[in-house]
Ligand binder design. Structure first.
Ligand code: SF4
Length: 357
């Protein structure tokens, strides 16, 4: 059981806006309702980044609803708040303190868009609130899983709900009309990223009704985390320490060639199972202004280009998405973008130009 603390020194709930929109969560702000995470998943970067153990204490802002109200007044109406950062908004503390519900209530009252990433089916306890937000504006949930294998889950994340319970939450959210994705992360080399493991999870996620899937790889932010992961990997699969060292070479990110090869496999399995890799446009159509919508469509295409190694197109697409989001309309570049047919109807009429044949 962690120590629960009221943190009177935390200056802001939502923090500063991100330099660019996070295209996975479509969010402009990343916020942690709770500082610290009771789940304490073995692979969590928080173990390496915090001075004290990740699950030792959970800190909460006082007057969180008041903070939310004041900070929302300074944001743009289309800015998506992502409750996705560094802790789980539905960890057990939420059952007792309901800080996440307080913030969702404010977001609903102000008709503000929100995205939540969680491992907990307790998100379903706020399903009516989420549905209200989505009907008025936009709400999306991303459920995080690491493996279909109960054995692996028990070694990596023994305090969170079962994989089956999380997929059931995906189905329940989908049935209530809330856009829902699954984050398959972290992918740990040779553990949960084999062709067999990926195929199992992606097939089951698609069958559960998820709208899209997202994945990312284990990161090693510092030596402390590398040491920790080395110990864990020996327990998980009797692996020699050298295997992670060879793929990370004392860096934060996995070897780029290994990543590209695995990305291609994940993308192929997603395509085979007809599941998107970002939220399909049809599910956020009409939810944002033209500039935000078009920039999301372009950024989502860039995500796919990145997985296919089209680095020049990625850089061009991301730059274009940011320009549009800032209210610029570079008409020739927009007309030549492969997704133009999707967003042409949204262009201000003076900028729509002639159809591209
Ligand atoms: S739920 Fe997320 S934030 Fe919490 S310990 Fe696990 S990985 Fe870290």
């Amino acid at each position: 059981m962690p120590i629960f603390l009221v943190d009177v020194n935390r200056p802001s709930l939502f923090g500063s806006p991100l330099a660019a929109i996070d295209d996975t969560t479509m969010s402009r702000y990343h916020a942690a309702i709770y500082d610290g995470c009771e789940y304490g998943c073995a692979y969590c970067e928080g173990w390496g980044l915090l001075a004290r153990p990740l699950n030792e204490s959970v800190r909460m802002m006082p007057n969180i609803a008041q903070h939310a109200t004041q900070e929302l007044a300074l944001m743009q109406p289309d800015d998506v708040v992502g409750l996705v950062a560094e802790s789980d908004a539905y960890q057990p503390a939420e059952q007792r303190f309901r800080r996440t519900r307080s913030v969702l209530t404010i977001l609903a009252a102000q008709q503000r868009p929100v995205v939540i990433m969680t491992k907990s089916p307790h998100v379903l306890e706020d399903i009516d609130l989420l549905r209200q937000i989505h009907l008025q504006r936009f709400a999306m949930v991303i459920v995080s899983v690491v493996s279909h294998s109960p054995d692996l889950q028990s070694k990596f994340e023994d305090k969170v709900a079962s994989y089956t319970a999380r997929l059931a939450a995906v189905t329940a959210l989908k049935k209530r009309g809330i856009p829902v994705g699954v984050a398959l992360m972290p992918l740990v080399p040779y553990i949960n990223d084999t062709d067999y493991a990926l195929t199992q999870v992606i097939q089951q996620v698609a069958a559960a009704g998820a709208d899209f899937i997202y994945w990312d790889y284990l990161q090693m932010p510092n030596q402390r985390h590398r040491n920790r992961m080395n110990d864990i990997m020996i327990r998980v699969g009797n692996y020699p320490i050298s295997y992670l060292r060879e793929l990370y070479r004392d860096g934060v990110a996995i070897d780029a060639r290994y990543r590209a090869e695995r990305d291609a496999v994940v993308l192929r399995i997603c395509d085979d199972n007809r599941i998107a890799i970002r939220l399909p446009y049809a599910l956020f159509r009409g939810k944002f202004g033209a500039a935000y919508t078009i920039s999301h469509i372009i950024a989502h295409q860039s995500s796919r280009d990145a997985l296919q190694g089209r680095d020049v197109l990625v850089a061009q697409g991301n730059a274009l998405a940011e320009e549009v989001r800032h209210g610029e309309w570079p008409i020739e570049r927009l007309q030549s973008h492969p997704t133009y047919a999707l967003f042409r109807e949204l262009m201000p009429s003076s900028n729509a130009g002639s159809p591209v044949l």
